[in-house]
Design a protein around this ligand. Sequence first.
Ligand code: GLY
Length: 335
Amino acid sequence: MNDLKRRTFFKLGLVGAAMSFIKPSKAAELIEKSTENKFRIARKTIVISTWNHGLAANAEAWKEIDSNGTSLDAVEKGVMVTEADLTNRSVGVGGRPDRDGHVTLDACIMDHKSRCGAVGCLEGIAHPISVAREVMDSTKHVMLVGEGAREFALDYGHGKAKMPIKEVKKDWKKWKKENKDVFKKPEINHENHDTIGMLALDAHGNLSGACTTSGWAYKLHGRVGDSPIIGAGLFVDNEIGAACATGLGEAVIRIAGSHTVVELMRQGHHPQQACEMAVERIIRKHEDLTGLQVGFLALDKYGNHGAYSVYEGFNFALKTVRKEEMVDAGFDRKW
Ligand code: GLY
């Protein structure tokens, strides 16, 4: 064991021993104090999630983290807040429909044991993230889609929801009138953002992630984006770190975005650098970047985080023992 490793081992040993005698919230604080200004020395509890809607979601997730719960429960309960928010037009029950008026939901979840579950193109169910978790917990599969996913959700008692909600239906009817050309390209809505992706590290040192969306507003019926695809919208490897993506799912899928970010961390890059390198790869792979916004969030197993996007405007919510704030991500270019 070299000197640095020995010192680190000793420090972690002391923290671990101290933690068994104190309250979980104090334990989280102790871990965080022990990591101040150190990269890859000790871990800290943290929850990060995409966009402004992440603040409320993080607050819910933190209840789990702070009571010594699991990062898996934290991310599921956290993003459920956003799925239930009727004012949110890009996630869950208040989401916008596809071109034909169907709200089709995509979600996935992954834990520290690399267990994962996903649903794609799910209709009429209030919490796609919980159905994704059910797929993970109760089946041998990873992903269910469409009618099969809906039947599965109902069989397992997941609550129905009527979608689109009234206001959203009105907007869709207006859009349909104004967009008679069926091949007209729908545009990612930057004002309403898209997708909540959440990553959490708990006091047990375990990482989990969740990702859920109603996808690209007015998309072709049947379109599935990156959000339910393990490795694209979300990836977790407890030995290394976790990453999630937001923005134009097609571009994220092309580079297996979240997996790429985690693999870059595996190569020794800081989460910030890993996000920047993944965004650079997206830029290299696309001749036309018009309207192509993608943002990545990353968290390593020590609690270091990073975020970066193609265009200005991506932000994320951060929650630690001491902080609860929105942070503007770095970006490659202005709109
Ligand atoms: N990132 C969400 C989507 O493209 O559906």
